[in-house]
Design a binder for this molecule. Structure first.
Ligand code: ZN
Length: 181
C-alpha cells in the first residue's frame, strides 16, 4: 500500500504478520517506509504516520517528493541504458577470453558494483553506466575471473591482470564513484 502524504510524498506501507508495532525506515529510493501489522487499515496507517511526524522529521532522512521522483526517473534511464549494454559487454568479454557463465543479472539496490555467485550468475550494478568505460570493463573482467576463483587470492588477481593490465588503478579510481543509484 502507498500513502500519498503532503509532507513526505509517497509513503510505502509494508504489511507483515510478524510485525507488532509500527516501524519507520527509509527505502532505497529515499521514501519513507513503514512496517505495520497485517491487519492495519489505511486509516490506521495514516493515524500512525500523523502521530509520528515529529520523530520522523528528527530521525529519518526522508527525501522530498520531487527528489523521490527525480531519482525514480534517473533509475529508469540508467536501467534502460544498462539493459542495452551490460549483458552484451559481458558476453563480449566472456567469448573473447573463453569464460562461460550462466546468467547476467542487473542490480541497483546494492552497494557493490558486481558479484559472481557459485551458480555462475554474474550481477552487475546499473550504476556502472555512470562510470568511465575502462572502469566498467574492469568490473566485468573482475567478475568473470571469479568464475575460476571464488576468492581474491593471488591467482585471482593474476587472472584479472592478464585481461586488464591497469586493474590496480581501475580498482582505486572506482572508489571515487558510488554504486548507489
Ligand atoms: Zn571480487
Amino acid at each position: 500500500m502507498i500513502i500519498s502524504d503532503q509532507e513526505f510524498g509517497e509513503v510505502v506501507v509494508r504489511k507483515s504478520p510478524l510485525v507488532r508495532g509500527v516501524k519507520f525506515s527509509i527505502s532505497t529510493s529515499g521514501r519513507l517506509q513503514m512496517s505495520v501489522p497485517a491487519y492495519t487499515s489505511e486509516f490506521l496507517a495514516k493515524r500512525f504516520l500523523n502521530s509520528s511526524r515529529d520523530a520522523i522529521r528528527k530521525n529519518l532522512p526522508v527525501k522530498n517528493p520531487s527528489e523521490q521522483k527525480a531519482r525514480d526517473y534517473q533509475k529508469k534511464v540508467l536501467m534502460k541504458k544498462a539493459r542495452e549494454y551490460l549483458p552484451y559487454r559481458l558476453e563480449y568479454y566472456a567469448k573473447l577470453y573463453g569464460y562461460s557463465y550462466d546468467k547476467c543479472r542487473l542490480t541497483h539496490a546494492s552497494t557493490r558494483w558486481g558479484s559472481c555467485s557459485s551458480q555462475r550468475t554474474i550481477s552487475l550494478n546499473i550504476g556502472l553506466m555512470k562510470v568511465p568505460e575502462p572502469l566498467r570493463d574492469y568490473v566485468i573482467l573482475h567478475e568473470l575471473a571469479h568464475l575460476n576463483h571464488m576468492d581474491h587470492s593471488k591467482a585471482f588477481w593474476a587472472e584479472v591482470g592478464e585481461h586488464d593490465r591497469n586493474y590496480k588503478s581501475h580498482e582505486k579510481k572506482l572508489k571515487m564513484f558510488n554504486p548507489g543509484v
